[in-house]
Ligand binder design. Sequence first.
Ligand code: UDP
Length: 254
Amino acid sequence: MARRRQLYEGKAKILFEGPEPGTLVQYFKDDATAGNGTKKGIITGKGVLNNRISEYLMLRLAEVGIPNHFVRRLNMREQLIREVEIIPLEIVVRNVAAGSICTRLGIPEGTRLPRSIIEYYYKNDALGDPIVAEEHITAFGWANTMDMDDIVAMTLRTNDFLTGLFLGVGITLVDFKLEFGRLWEGEDMRVVLADEISPDNCRLWDAKTNEKMDKDRFRRDLGRVEEAYQEVAKRLGILPEAGMRDMKGPELMQ
Ligand code: UDP
């Protein structure tokens, strides 16, 4: 098959033109970055696992009425998605303090928050994704108040659903980041969940030991990064059919 036209390459994914208008192919790479691109590395098999984990979570979320861009998985590293106009916001939900909220507000890591907190960041690499208030979002027209009502409602439901789902497999959902996009159907527009949900953009801790099972293992050089991603997939019951043997893809023979 002729190679599809590449539309965009991000830090962890590539977007290709899809087979029909209004669709895209999302390709998951093994590349990992942290600190807004200052730390770079490869997590072998991450793309395969995140493709599978994100497929599973998006399908489960669709079942409970949270609309999203996922159509179907195409192969080990690619999934077909609906083309959306990405809203330039990172929506972060926190249940337990970790990462930037600890440094920003001086809260010890691991503190259970009095209630789930939603934060907004303006998606702009050149500016280092600064935290913003809803005032900035509506004043600068990144989203309107109706969009924000939809985004907050979907985000809270996603948090409730995923918290329960992960707890069921012995994992605490500490925090995570969502992105939303506008899906156009003729004249109609609705806001839907987009991007991916995986250990790249969630903090997942073992519910008993609080051991980190997410990208913080890479960010903080904790080791056993690949194993952590595999363990999340294993607990969700979705390790790729072929098992770990096929995670690397073809290897060049010397
Ligand atoms: N996150 C993300 N992409 C970003 C920034 C954060 O996916 O560009 C996720 C991150 O994995 C974590 C949550 O959002 O699950 C909160 O991240 P935080 O603000 O604590 O920033 P970090 O410590 O990751 O820099």
